[in-house]
Design a protein around this ligand. Structure first.
Ligand code: BGC
Length: 904
């Protein structure tokens, strides 16, 4: 017996490798889900699950009361999104969940085939419980939300240079609580402290939602922070999205209100089961406010902190609050708008080490952290003179002369200022984050060294689920850049960019990027949360706005009904459904998708084409920012805008019909299929000449027609379109010719019509415009424009719209995963999938990993002469087909190594 066989036979590693509740990344405290779905995965060597069962154990009960055990037995194969097998959770109720694969017949010692033919006799009696996960409902009953929204009573200017307040209170407990939760929300942003210590690690609480409809309330377990006797709580407030300046062209302050507010409710439980609460209010005179040491707070502008105004012990009991701490006042607040969240908060995910510090002639320093993204510095500041000012100005790139390129920031200053009280200090701004790689530090006392700077990266917490690595370093860097742009822009909502005076939830950007996002992270909770706002605002404004949350700005006073941006109502739910297979989620989002296509149906000409309607203002945005669009108007791309709009509509109609099918809504399915057919006919009649050439003879037009299956009923048309697309790419010198709308589809369309070689040549091009041009220019994120930086290294400032961190053109990521990696779900949720890697572009090996609801798929392929060798791990509960050239093999769960001829 070999050593590995012995260890396999005696090994008792858990069969269950991961347990997630709903789509939360870890434990979920104070959330709003009453009947969460459970998902767990099995170790790859678990063996067949046929006929086996799993025990689900819930230790549950209201907080502060000893939990009771509840047990459910379910089929082992129900591990992806199992419907909650217990009574719904109630407000303030906790459940600690674990699952266990039940032993098979006690006498049975089942031989299990492992990996490379190792046979192990495994007694399953010792199957352990999985790791425990906690889910706990927050203040989900409106009657429990008894705190008031309070704020300072002093008068404030209407805009700019308003000093936010800090609020404090004290309370006493006769005995130490056995459990305690702090529930907190704000008009603006809030960070809490208890007895001098910061509560939790979340930032930008409560996040951005369309506040007129809903305001989130986050919760933290603060049991260990409280003590018997006196306790104190302190709250920092910041302007944030609520009253800070928002939007482009100078933006607008006070979008939701001009008074900052705090909602705080501390709920404590004693050993005897009693519950007690300390709630923010203006009537008990125990809550007081004073102007904060944060003297200016802006998400875009940055933060100015005057340490001279800080007071030691302000969030500790016994603090003397006689100096300027004033009574608070109650603000108008509707507790019905308050929600317990269903997604994870914004937190620090790590640090970017300082790559270089250069002392400049004027005594300032230029700092490079090597990576552009959403981040900010925490500083270790030496002692210096009282009143000494240090400032840090952040930017994404440098001008050729080595100065910070500030023009692209427009009005978003991205400057943090620290005013010293003379003492050494550790300081990090609280209510701002910046999109940058470079920073200029002015006024640093003494020599600035790397150990004094901690560059902390921030974004919404999401579980990483996808990786791809190839033999080509430039391609790998492009992949990293896509990931970094995603992480930088998934901050509470999916934004366009993290640096300039915009940072809005542009719906079109996520519409085209959602499939790529779903390959990289579990986005279900994050995007579902945002889709809730899309739904609210669609109802309020009568159409899917161009950005959500919607704020009226300049020409965008009222939302217009426009393709691609509006199609987000279909494309984002569809991407989530394909990835998760979660029909409950789909059912929740279906009405939004349906409402969108219904609205557009009402606008179509008789032949089903979406013609320009003057009622829609400026008209379609089309293939936004294609490389030929003039600087002053990104909508003036090569491709007819109505063609683009109609193609997207046909795709949406077909997807809504498929959604309806999967939800058992046969009538809807038939209705949208019929409309899709009508529009397809109209589209072909209008935009395709009898010889197959399109009226817009462009990469985008052919790419959309092929990728959306518009020519699927006519092989001749499809072949002509594929050939013409390939020809256009060749004629164009293998330069990309598409904008936001066409970019995700140009490579898939080439691959699908037998032009893989052209697809790869285009993908591997390093010339402007192309994906790898950006990489060759040193990009560490994906850019908004193909040439946000010009070949001479200068910043392309035309049109006043240049960001170095937009994810839209990174939508090529889905093709990379599907084609280079070769992974494709064949049905929603990955129960069946395909491994069909396509070698090309000189890439001779790739390794792709994807965490599906059933467990991890791992595929590594390499070329070996005229063959390809594919090593694959297929998770339990799934079935894979490996397909290369004409070769095809079915793969069961487990580890496999397959050799297939490349051709024929
Ligand atoms: C944003 C885009 C957005 C576009 C639409 C831009 O300013 O940054 O990404 O989709 O406007 O008008």
């Amino acid at each position: 017996m070999s050593a590995s066989t012995i260890s396999a036979a005696t090994h008792s590693a858990p069969h269950i490798t991961g347990l997630t509740i709903e789509h939360f990344t870890g434990d979920a405290i104070g959330v709003g889900v009453a009947e969460p779905h459970l998902t767990w995965t099995y170790a790859p060597d678990v063996g067949s699950l046929d006929g086996r069962t799993v025990t689900v154990r819930a230790l549950r009960g209201p907080l502060g009361i000893a939990p009771a055990e509840e047990i459910a037995h379910v089929p082992a194969t129900s591990n992806a999104m199992l419907a909650w097998p217990f009574r719904p959770l109630g407000p303030l109720e906790q459940a600690r969940i674990s699952v266990r694969l039940d032993p098979q017949d006690a006498n049975e010692s089942r031989p299990t085939t492992l990996g490379q033919g190792i046979v192990a006799a495994r007694a399953c009696m010792d199957d352990p419980w999985s790791e425990e996960r906690v889910i706990e409902q927050g203040l989900t009953d409106v009657g429990l939300r008894v705190a008031d929204m309070i704020g300072p009573a002093w008068p404030e200017p209407w805009s700019d240079y308003r000093q936010p307040a800090r609020i404090r209170t004290e309370c006493a407990f006769a005995e130490r609580p056995v459990a305690a939760r702090l529930y907190c929300s704000a008009y603006g942003l809030v960070e809490a402290e208890i007895n001098g210590r910061r509560v939790g690690e979340d930032i930008l609480t409560p996040g951005w939602t369309s506040y007129q409809h809903r305001l989130q309330c986050r919760a933290w377990d603060v049991t260990d922070m409280l003590r018997e006797g006196s306790n104190a709580m302190g709250f920092w407030l910041g302007d944030g999205w609520y009253r800070g300046r928002l939007g482009f062209q100078g933006g607008k302050p006070n979008v939701y209100g001009d008074r900052l507010g705090l909602f705080a409710q501390l709920v404590v439980f004693y050993a005897d089961g009693r519950m007690d609460m300390v709630v923010s209010n203006s009537y008990d005179l125990k809550w007081k406010a004073k102007r904060s040491p944060i003297v200016i707070s802006g998400l875009y502008e940055g933060e100015c902190y005057d340490a001279r105004l800080d007071e030691d012990g302000w969030s500790e009991p016994g603090f003397d609050d006689s100096d300027g701490w004033e009574r608070v006042t109650e603000l108008d607040f509707d507790p019905l708008t308050m929600q317990a969240p269903a997604f994870d908060p914004v937190r620090c995910s790590g640090e970017n080490p300082v790559r270089s510090i250069t002392k400049l002639g004027d005594g300032s320093y230029m700092v490079d952290v090597g990576q552009n993204c959403s981040q900010r510095f925490a500083l270790d500041i030496p002692a210096t003179q009282i009143g000494h000012e240090i400032s840090i100005q952040h930017a994404e790139v440098l001008n050729p002369d080595g100065t910070l390129a500030l023009e692209p920031l427009r009005r978003a200053e991205q400057r943090d200022v620290y005013i010293s009280d003379g003492h050494a200090a550790h300081w990090e701004p609280r209510f701002t984050i910046h999109g940058f790689r470079y920073a200029r530090v002015d006024g640093w006392p003494g020599e600035l060294t790397a150990d004094m700077l901690h560059c902390r990266v921030y974004g919404s917490v999401m579980r990483r689920t996808g990786w791809l690595e190839t033999s080509d370093e430039m391609v790998n860097r492009l992949h990293d850049n896509i990931v970094w742009s995603m992480r930088s822009n998934f901050v509470s909502i999916p934004t366009d960019c993290p640096q300039r005076d915009e940072r809005l939830g542009w719906t079109g950007d996520i519409a085209v990027f959602a499939p790529t996002a779903a390959f990289l992270f579990d986005t279900a909770a994050f995007l579902s949360n945002w889709l809730e706002d899309v739904e609210y605002e669609t109802r309020e404004f009568g159409t899917v706005p161009l950005y959500v949350p919607f704020i009226p700005l300049m020409a965008n006073r009222t939302p217009e009904c426009l393709a691609i941006w509006g199609d987000s109502a279909v494309l984002v739910p569809w991407a989530l459904y394909q990835e998760s297979g979660d029909t409950a989620l789909l059912a929740r989002q279906y009405p939004l998708a349906r409402a969108w296509v219904e609205q557009v149906i009402g606008k179509l000409s008789d032949d089903g084409v979406w013609d320009y309607d003057p009622a829609d203002g400026r008209g379609q945005l089309g293939d936004w920012l294609d490389p030929t669009a003039p600087a002053e108007d990104p909508t003036r791309a090569m491709t007819d805008r109505d063609l683009v709009a109609t193609a997207y509509l046909i795709n949406s109609l077909r997807l809504v019909a498929r959604m309806a099918d999967d939800l058992g809504k046969a009538e809807d399915s038939a209705r949208y299929t019929t409309y899709a057919e009508r529009s397809t006919k109209g589209y072909i009649a209008r935009y395709v000449t009898p010889d197959g050439v399109m009226t817009s003879d462009t990469q985008c037009a052919y790419a959309l027609s092929i990728a959306f299956g518009i020519f699927d009923g006519d092989n001749r048309l499809k072949a002509i379109a594929g050939d013409r697309l390939a020809e256009l790419v060749r004629e164009g010198g293998y330069h990309v010719g598409t904008g936001f709308a066409g970019t995700p589809h140009v490579l898939p369309a080439l691959s699908e019509t037998g032009h893989s070689d052209v697809a790869f040549k285009l993908f591997m091009s390093r010339e402007n415009p192309s994906w790898l041009y950006q990489v060759a220019m040193g990009a560490t994120t994906t850019w908004e424009r193909w040439d946000s930086m010009l070949p001479d290294g200068s910043v392309n400032t035309v049109g006043n719209m240049t960001s170095f961190n937009h994810y839209s053109l990174g939508s090529v990521g889905a093709w990379m995963h599907r084609t280079i990696g070769g992974l494709n779900p064949v049905e929603p949720g990955w129960r069946r999938f395909e491994i069909a890697p396509v070698p090309g572009g000189g890439i001779d090996r790739a390794h792709i990993t994807h965490d599906t609801p059933h467990g991890r798929i791992d595929v590594a392929w390499r070329l070996d002469g005229e063959s390809i060798i594919v090593d694959a791990t297929v998770p339990e509960g799934t079935l894979a087909t490996v397909r290369v050239g004409d070769g095809e093999e079915l793969l069961d769960p487990g580890n496999h190594s397959v050799r297939l001829p490349l051709h024929g």
